[in-house]
Design a protein around this ligand. Sequence first.
Ligand code: SAM
Length: 317
Amino acid sequence: MSKTITFHDYQPQIESLKNAVIAGLSKTAKSIPPKYFYDERGSKLFSEICEQPEYYPPMIERTILSNNSDEIAYLTGTDRLVLEPGAGSATKIRLLLEPLQPSAYLPMDISCEYLRYSAAEIVDDFPWLPVHAVCVDFTHSIPLPEAAPDSHKLAFFPGSSIGNFTPHDARAFLDMVRKTINPGGMLLIGVDTKKPTGILNAAYNDAAGITAAFNLNLLHRIRDETEADCNPENFEHQAFYNQQLGRIEMHLISRCRQTLHLNGDEFLLDEGESIHTENSYKYSPEEFIALANKAGLHLVQHWLDEEALFAVYLLKS
Ligand SMILES: C[S@@+](CC[C@H](N)C(=O)[O-])C[C@H]1O[C@@H](n2cnc3c(N)ncnc32)[C@H](O)[C@@H]1O
C-alpha cells in the first residue's frame, strides 16, 4: 500500500521566545505563555507526564475513546477529514483511525520537528491513510492545506488542551474551530472535569518530578535560546488548584532575590515571586456544554468514566 505524507510549514507566527520573555517579565504579575514549553525536550517531557500514575487524564481519556470508538464512528460517519490541533505524539487518534476511516489525517503542531516524527510514525502504522502534517500556531489560525481532500471535517482536540485557554479565549477558539469545520463539521474534544482538590494537586505534582522538569524546561530554553543570564536552579515548580477560578495554576517561583538581564533590560525577581506559566481550567459537563453552545457548537453525545474524572464530548456545528 502506498504511504502518503506531506508537510505544510505555516511558519508559526510565534513571536520569538526572547520577545515573549521580555514582554512577560515586564508585567507586574509576570507570566510567559504555555506554548513556549514545547521545544523537542518539552514535547518529550509532556509524553512522560502522560505516563505518570498521578496524572489521570490521558489514561482515562484513552479508555473512554477506545471503549466508545465504534459509537463515535457511527455518530460521525466515515470518510471525514480529521484534523487535530496540538497533535503532539498523536497517540490518541490511533484508537479511532480504523473505525473512523478518515479521508485524510491532519496533525497540527507548533513543535515542527516533533510533529514530523509523530506524523511519520502514523504513516508507518497506517499506510492506507493520507497524512498532511501542518506546522502552525493554532492560537492564530487552523489552516487546511489545499491539497487535503474536501470532505466533511472532524476536529479532534483531546488532552483537555481547551483548559489552557481562559474561558473567554476558549470560546473564541471553539468559534474558530466551528468556522474551520463548517459546513457539516463535528468536534470531538476531551475536557477535564471539576473534582476534589487533592486529586488535582497530586496530578500536577507527580512524585517523579516530571511535571516540575517540564515547567522548569522553560527556563532551560530561556537560558539556551536567549542571552538571558537565567539559572534554572534559582527557581522551583509550583502547581495548585485555584478553587475560586476553577483552574490549576502552574508557576515558576524565584528561590531568591535575583536580577535577570536580557536585551539591555534588567528584570528584578523577589524571593518567592512567581512567573505564571500555565492554567488548566476544569469544567463540569454543564459548564462545558454551555460554553460550546455559546460558540455555536451543540452536543451530539458525551461520555464520562464511572468516577466522572474526565469527559469526551462530540459536538456539531
Ligand atoms: C498538552 S499537549 C497535548 C498533546 C495531545 N493532543 C494529547 O492529547 O496527548 C499539547 C500539544 O499542543 C502543542 N501546542 C501547544 N500550543 C500550541 C499552539 N499554540 N499551536 C500549535 N500547537 C501547540 C504542543 O506542542 C503539544 O504537542
